[in-house]
Design a protein around this ligand. Structure first.
Ligand code: TUI
Length: 312
């Protein structure tokens, strides 16, 4: 399927893989790009040279284009931003902040810049700053979230900017893909469905929790601290929410979650770990290869979207 985003990124299918911390490493990114989507290395809080190594490893596996997600709350964000520019990855996506300070550097390196936004105001600001596209990410997403839903955010962002919009949050199959196109998106970004991909290095326990999750099994921790994070419910979230309700401070709460995502992804600690996942987890039913996931979604969506008007 051709859209403004497939043309911008030089890919076959308008499906972008989310830049998930710890999860979006080189095996997953390479597999998504090989399958005609757009794979992304999630830099999260990793040191810059580790990100460079991940980029090189993707290049050993595929010649297809891929990107890096720069998590702007990371203390390493500035150095990671520089590594992305030096390595001339095809595109950079950003999360959890304003990437304005790095945009000129990326543009000079010929890199497409696609900030993730959670509001119309931020989308407008990013367009003005020269972004090539934006990801409009709804509160259904896993991890760090804004407050608007995908259903309300995507059409409002699509109306507000001329650059193409990628929809994210709550999309996990061909129906979600088709709906996103109807809302004005030119591609989708998916995270949760790729957590359980065969090529994903996520621990089997974590994958099993996603596969077994029901519609209302996620919680949002950190609303009181200004850093809301969507995760699957477990002992850690119950403890966190209890402490939050009792007025615990940021430091005390951070102690509880320190290293908890790594614990979940790498060690399979589904009791005390942070199981970041979106509300669509309830729809994710099995482990499949990235190619199977992408081909299944595109076949479902193509069948629904027969009108050329929505493809742009
Ligand atoms: O970034 C994400 N999702 C993430 S990042 C992450 S790693 C992390 N781990 C622990 C604590 C904090 C982060 C896990 N999930 N999504 C993209 C996203 N960006 N969602 C919302 C935003 C956003 C929020 C505010 C973008 C811009 C923004 O602007 C603030 C400003 O500076 O004006």
């Amino acid at each position: 399927m051709k859209t403004e985003i497939t043309e911008l990124l030089g890919i076959e299918n308008p499906i972008i893989q989310g830049g998930m911390a710890w999860v979006a490493e080189y095996h997953l990114a390479a597999a998504v790009s090989k399958a005609g989507g757009f794979g992304i290395i999630g830099a999260a809080s990793a040191p810059p040279e580790a990100v460079r190594e991940q980029i090189h490893k993707v290049r050993e596996l595929t010649d297809k284009p891929f990107g890096v997600n720069v998590m702007l709350m990371s203390p390493n964000a500035a150095e990671v931003a520089k590594v992305a520019a030096e390595e001339k990855v095809a595109a950079v996506t950003t999360g959890a902040g304003n990437p304005g300070a790095y945009m000129a550097m990326w543009q000079e390196a010929g890199i497409k810049v696609i900030p993730v936004v959670a509001s119309v105001a931020m989308a407008r600001m990013m367009e003005k700053a020269g972004a090539d596209a934006v990801v409009a990410e709804g509160t259904e997403s896993g991890g760090h979230i804004g407050s608007a839903t995908t259903m309300t955010l995507v059409p409002q962002v699509a109306d507000a900017v001329k650059i193409p919009v990628v929809a994210a949050g709550g999309i996990g199959d061909g129906r979600g893909f088709a709906a996103a196109m109807m809302l004005g998106a030119k591609a989708v970004q998916m995270g949760t469905r790729f957590i359980v991909a065969k090529e994903s290095i996520v621990h089997a326990n974590y994958k099993e929790r996603v596969i077994k999750a029901k519609d209302i099994d996620s919680e949002v921790t950190g609303r009181s601290t200004g850093h809301p994070i969507r995760v699957l419910r477990n002992k850690m979230t119950r403890e966190y929410l209890r402490m939050e309700a009792e007025g615990a401070g940021l430091e005390e709460l951070e102690m509880l979650t320190l290293g908890s995502l790594r614990k979940a992804v790498m060690e399979g600690d589904v009791v005390n770990g942070s199981l970041m996942a979106g509300q669509i987890a309830g729809l994710v039913k099995k482990e499949q290869t990235c190619r199977e996931i992408i081909e299944e979604i595109m076949a479902e969506a193509e069948a629904m979207l027969s009108a050329d008007m929505v493809r742009g």
